[in-house]
Write a protein that binds this ligand. Structure first.
Ligand code: UDP
Length: 256
């Protein structure tokens, strides 16, 4: 395919994003998100996929370099019911919530079928290995070509290994903000077609952190479940009411 046409298509997709406090969110369901990732793997033009929640949007308001990563991303999905509510309040309802865990879980199935090469970076030593073992058991044939923990001080050897292993998709679990900046600065120049920031997902796939029961997820209150299990997240979660207040302000006073 002609490279300039790819670039134009990508710019058009970005222009159609639903702006939530200045962060563009793609109006895609899970199947469409997977379709786009497949297309980006084929095109092999490096880029970032973000599953955005209200905390990410609030961080982008404070940190211009982080916002620039989001603006340049290949795909930004609505992770978190807060984003879905915000889009509805702003009169631009989104089709579906596409969470990081749902996206990666569906992606593993696609990766096994299409023989994608995956690379994992992040979480405490041993966790990504454990996650990879569980994922390999659940998705036979999946190719996880490299695994690194996320507590490195010098990443040169990691980047060299990534260049040698040539993954199609890299999952980075370093926490929001840090993982997106690392991808933009270090992984994209290494030529990886698709990199996704997956936050605490390796801990979940390793069985170290449990997701809320399905009914809690469906009710849109998984954040409350996480708060009750990890009270240390309280200060972070104060961002949610601040986010909704900012959305309402932008709805009624668009210039603010
Ligand atoms: N982490 C990491 N390196 C760091 C800091 C954090 O690998 O320098 C990992 C941490 O072990 C955890 C994940 O990043 O697995 C962050 O999880 P959290 O649920 O806090 O993600 P967030 O909500 O920030 O996306």
């Amino acid at each position: 395919m002609d490279g300039s046409r790819n670039a134009n298509d990508k710019e058009m997709c970005k222009a159609e994003r639903v702006p939530v406090l200045g962060v563009g969110i793609d109006n895609v369901d899970l199947a469409e998100a997977l379709g786009k990732i497949e297309e980006y793997v084929k095109n092999r033009e490096p880029g970032l996929v973000v599953t955005a929640n209200p905390e990410i949007v609030m961080l982008a308001r404070k940190a211009p370099d982080f916002k620039a990563c989001l603006d340049d991303a290949l795909l930004v999905t609505a992770d978190g019911v807060g984003i879905v509510i915000a889009a509805r309040l702003l009169g631009r309802p989104l089709k579906q919530r596409v969470t990081g865990i749902d996206l990666t879980t569906a992606l593993f199935q696609q990766a096994a079928a299409k023989k994608y090469r995956l690379y994992f970076v992040g979480a405490k030593p041993g966790i990504a290995e454990k996650a990879a073992e569980n994922i390999s058991r659940s998705y036979p044939g999946i190719q996880i070509v490299g695994i690194q923990h996320g507590y490195f001080t010098d990443d040169h050897e990691i980047i060299e290994d990534i260049i040698i292993k040539k993954p199609d998709i890299l999952l980075a679990a370093l926490g929001m903000g840090k993982q997106e900046k690392w991808i933009a600065e270090r992984v994209e120049p290494a030529g990886v077609p698709v990199s996704i920031g997956v936050g605490g997902s390796f801990d979940v796939f390793a069985g170290e952190a449990k997701r809320a029961p399905k009914w809690v997820q469906d009710a849109g209150v998984e954040w409350l479940y996480r708060l009750l299990r990890q009270p240390s997240r309280f200060w972070r979660m104060l961002q949610l009411p601040r986010f909704l207040a900012a959305v309402l302000l932008s709805r009624f006073f668009p210039g603010k």
